[in-house]
Design a protein around this ligand. Structure first.
Ligand code: GYE
Length: 324
C-alpha cells in the first residue's frame, strides 16, 4: 500500500494514509457514463483521502486490460473495474489476485471461471429493468387498445450485461405477448449510432410502432431519425419510444412525451463503491453482489403500477417538479 511515510519527530506514524484506487472506466459513450464517472471522481477525491488513477478505455477491452496491468505495476490499493463486456477477464484478474490487490467490479458484470477473482460487484438488475419495461408496454397496449405491437430493438454494446439483460427480457416478452419483433441491432449505447440504426430500420419497415432503446442516448438518436423521416413520436404519434437510464435528458424527453417510458438505471455508484472499500479497510465482510433499487418514469399515468414476479412497481408520471 502506498502510505505517505510521514513520521513525526518521535518516529510515530502520522494518520495520513492515502488509499490509491485505479479505476478502469468503459469510456464516455453516454450521459449515464458521464454521470457515473463524475460520481466516482467526486467520492475518490484527494480531500477524502484518496488518490484516484482514472483510465478511460474508449469502449475497448484491450485498453481496460492494459490499464489494469498498469495499476498492478503501480501497486494500487484497490482496482475498480467497470467492464465493457462480461467475458475475457480471467487472465488479468488472476494477475491482480496474485498481486494481492482486491478488485471491485461496478456497473456491468464479469463472467469469470473463478468467482474469487473479484471481491464484490455493485450495479443494476438489467434483466429486471427490461422485464419492467415489457410488462409496462403490455399493460399500456391493453389500456390503449393497440391492436399490434411492431417493435424494433436498438441494443446496447454486444456482450455488455445491460445489453444481455435488456435484450433477453424483450425476446422473452415477444414470445409471451405475441409481439412482432421486426429487427434488432446494436447502437453501441451512443446517440450517433442509435440514430443511424433507427434510420436504416425505418427504411426497411414502414409499420414500426414501438422502438425499445436500450439506453437514453440511443433514444435521443432514434427520436432524431424518426422526426427526420417525417414521422412523429409520442402517445399520439406514429412511434412509441421506450428507454432506459432516466438521465436528465431522458427525463426531460419523458415529460415531453417523446419517450413514453423510461426505466431508471442509477449511475451514482461512487458512494456504493466507497462503502465497500471502507468495509474492507476495517476488515469487515462485504456482500459479493449488491443490486441497486430503481424506479420507472412515464409520460402520462395510463399505467400506474405493474407486477413482475409478484412484486409491484409503481410508475412515476414525469411532471415539471421531477425534472427540477
Ligand atoms: O445503460 C448506458 C451506458 O452499463 C448500465 O452503459 C450501463 C449502460 C447504460 O452507456 O447508457
Amino acid at each position: 500500500s502506498k502510505k505517505a511515510d510521514a513520521s513525526d519527530e518521535n518516529g510515530m506514524e502520522a494518520e495520513n494514509d492515502v488509499i490509491t484506487i485505479g479505476f478502469s472506466q468503459v469510456g464516455a459513450e453516454s450521459d449515464w457514463r458521464t454521470a457515473h464517472s463524475e460520481s466516482i471522481k467526486k467520492v475518490f477525491s484527494e480531500k477524502n483521502g484518496y488518490e484516484l488513477i482514472f483510465d478511460d478505455a474508449r469502449q475497448k477491452q484491450e485498453n481496460q486490460v492494459a490499464a489494469i496491468f498498469s495499476f498492478i505495476q503501480q501497486e494500487v490499493d484497490y482496482i475498480v473495474l467497470a467492464p465493457v463486456t462480461e467475458t475475457g477477464w480471467d487472465t488479468v484478474l488472476q494477475e491482480a489476485k496474485d498481486a494481492g490487490i482486491p478488485v471491485i467490479v461496478v456497473d456491468r458484470m464479469v463472467k469469470v471461471s473463478d468467482e474469487s477473482l473479484y471481491t464484490a460487484w455493485v450495479g443494476s438488475d438489467f434483466k429486471l429493468e427490461g422485464r419492467k419495461a415489457c410488462a409496462w408496454l403490455d399493460a399500456y397496449a391493453k389500456a390503449k387498445g393497440m391492436q399490434e405491437i411492431n417493435i424494433v430493438d436498438i441494443q446496447g454494446t454486444y456482450g455488455a450485461t445491460p445489453q444481455i439483460g435488456r435484450t433477453q427480457a424483450l425476446t422473452e416478452a415477444v414470445e409471451q405477448y405475441g409481439w412482432n419483433l421486426l429487427a434488432m441491432e446494436s447502437g453501441e449505447f451512443t446517440q450517433a449510432k442509435g440514430k443511424e440504426v433507427m434510420a436504416s430500420m425505418l427504411e426497411q419497415y414502414e409499420n414500426i410502432n414501438v422502438v425499445y432503446c436500450e439506453n437514453d442516448n440511443q433514444a435521443f438518436g432514434a427520436i432524431e431519425a424518426i422526426e427526420d423521416a417525417g414521422k412523429t413520436v409520442g402517445p399520439d404519434g406514429d412511434i412509441l419510444v421506450i428507454s432506459f437510464d432516466a438521465t436528465h435528458g431522458g427525463i426531460v424527453n419523458t415529460m415531453k412525451g417523446k419517450i413514453v417510458l423510461n426505466v431508471e438505471c442509477n449511475p451514482l455508484h461512487g458512494p456504493r463503491v466507497e462503502d465497500i472499500i471502507k468495509k474492507l479497510e476495517e476488515g469487515k465482510e462485504v456482500d459479493k453482489q449488491i443490486f441497486t433499487e430503481e424506479r420507472m418514469y412515464s409520460h402520462g399515468a395510463d399505467v400506474p403500477v405493474i407486477t413482475v414476479d409478484g412484486t409491484d412497481y409503481e410508475i412515476t408520471e414525469v411532471t415539471q417538479d421531477i425534472v427540477d
